[in-house]
Design a protein around this ligand. Sequence first.
Ligand SMILES: [Zn+2]
Length: 335
Amino acid sequence: MLPFKLVYSDAYYLPIGTHIFPAEKYRMVASCLREKGIAAEDNFHHPQPAEDRDVLLVHGEYYVHKLRTGTLTAREELEMEIPFSDELVNAFWLNAGGSILAARQSLGDGISFNLGGGFHHAFPDHGEGFCMINDVAIAIRSLQREKLVGRAMVVDCDVHQGNGTAVIFGRRPQAAEAENHGKPAVTRDQFAWMRESAEPPGEVFTVSLHQENNYPVWKPPSSIDVNFVDGTEDQPYLDWLARALDAAFTNFKPELIAYVAGADPYREDQLGGLNLTIDGLRRRDELVLRAARDRRIPVFVTLAGGYARNVEDTVAIHCNTVASAGAIYSSSHSK
Ligand SMILES: [Zn+2]
């Protein structure tokens, strides 16, 4: 049995009809973990929906009111790229509650998963890119409000930049600070370029590794952004990930890590243009999880994107993340 909890509910399913977003993947991941004997029934924890006061730590009152009353404009609904319904609101609130629970759970167990969430394109005042509210930011802010943690780090390995998260935790006013603290540091090779913000970090340090030539077109600065060229393969990706993590932990000592483990850097992804294999993604997970475990920093994991031609591949990638964590955290217990 896994030495940690998996937060999950069948009601994570997003009622969005036929859509490139495979809403059935959540149920499939949970089934796959049970069927393969990776997780036992006792590992699963049921979430409660987030409370509005948690959601309001990240999102504006006006936006939350519009979601609660179903009064988004047509343009706002279009930008979200998923059809609005009250049931969809409930599913997002439940996913956010799941991330809060997983984050809390990780403080005791060292790691926990929300087998949902990772909606990193949601901004304080609007949703976009299949994301209504930013569960990752809500979970961090919620634990901070309860004074369970202070400093937190987001490590976002979805193929798309974590634009909502970058804005939520970005420091203000950015222009003035840029003047005061100089230019960001930039390093590059033929596969990627990395931008490290020159601003002193705030309470939350954000790291995003993503394909440069992909959504979102406007990439608001994270604390560290790694922009990959199209078609980047396993080894250069892993080398840059190691470099980015080194730079992040040199600059910042978090008390909690949010790992956004998107499956869409996969070579067969329909919305991604990187060239990672399933094995490469497994090694990516191991790198991030070992970095957290070796430093004894609690980590909570969310699934985020994954649009492989065969949904089974997306499911396999997500299940591998859980299996890798099982191996890494079981061995640390026996030491
Ligand atoms: Zn994505």
